[in-house]
Design a binder for this molecule. Structure first.
Ligand code: SF4
Length: 285
């Protein structure tokens, strides 16, 4: 009887039946076999084979949790032609940059130029020194930023602060802004219309700061700064030229929080920026 078999024997019999069935032998036995037992073993063998086939197409849990960079950092979809970048403005004297930045802020006002204004709590203009040598550009505000009206103040912001400190700088010594100044619903990637409407303000901020090095955080920032849609992997590790300044492309801190294995790569990108700025990491003490 089927119930009288111990687990090891049952398993061995299942394997044997599977083996015979693979050979095309379905009625091979030495002595009369209980038909109920044979039917049970055949059914269990089929079930076990189906299960192992399913498992062979599943990724381990750790691999499904940390998505590849290409899925996390998708550039905007090509729904309409990329707008031409505005003409680079004349340099603003360092002493007048704070006032020039305020003029841009005043012009934006309580902006309703694109649909993103409908869901925002606070417009996130930018933060930092208008005379910074280094400027970071992200994609858009998240929930914390939307609540506080400042860029990169949530968990990703904390990581960005750590990255800035690792470069030997203070947050107040750099300038930080985003492609869009209002939070996209559910943190989605800004639509082309939204990026095209808002990014001219970012370009004007860049023109005022005139940083020696710009760092694009993620594919969306890189896309809008470079005016081309390319995978992030093809843009990292080299110096681009944008609006008269050097541009380094690296991962968005939010992506690094999801996949910390890429921090090493991001640090390599930041070291390119540091070399251009003549910076050395602070001594550990
Ligand atoms: S995202 Fe930019 S263009 Fe759109 S409403 Fe906000 S400030 Fe205006």
């Amino acid at each position: 009887m089927a119930q009288s078999l111990d687990p090891a024997t049952r398993q061995a019999l299942q394997a044997r039946v599977r083996f015979y069935r693979d050979l095309g032998l379905t009625e091979f036995y030495r002595r009369p076999v209980d038909p109920a037992l044979l039917a049970t073993l055949v059914a269990e063998a089929e079930e076990s084979q189906a299960e192992s086939a399913t498992q062979s197409f599943q990724l381990p849990e750790t691999e499904t949790e940390s998505r590849p960079e290409s899925q996390e950092e998708q550039p905007i979809s090509p729904r309409r032609p990329f707008p031409n970048a505005p003409v680079v403005a004349d340099a603003v004297p360092a002493a007048e940059r704070a006032a020039a930045m305020q003029l841009i802020r005043d012009e934006i006002g309580e902006c309703t130029r694109c649909a993103l204004h409908k869901g925002r709590n606070k417009l996130v203009f930018g933060d930092g020194s208008p005379t910074a040598r280094l400027m970071f550009v992200g994609e858009g505000p998240g929930a914390d930023e939307d609540a506080q009206g400042l860029p990169f103040v949530g968990k990703a912001g904390q990581l960005l602060n750590n990255m800035i400190a690792a470069m030997g700088l203070k947050r107040e010594e750099v300038y930080i802004a985003n492609v869009v100044k209002c939070r996209p619903p559910n943190n989605r990637v800004p639509e082309p219309e939204e990026g095209a409407t808002c990014s001219p303000f970012l370009f004007r901020q860049i023109d005022v700061v005139r940083p020696e090095v710009l760092v694009a955080l993620g594919a969306t920032a890189a896309t809008w700064l470079l005016g081309t849609r390319q995978p992030l992997a093809g843009l990292r590790g080299r110096i681009h030229r944008v609006r008269g300044t050097k541009l380094i492309v690296t991962y968005h801190p939010a992506y690094l929080l999801r996949d910390p294995r890429q921090k090493k790569e991001a640090w390599a990108d930041l070291q390119i920026a540091m070399k251009e700025l003549g910076l050395k990491p602070p001594a550990k003490g």
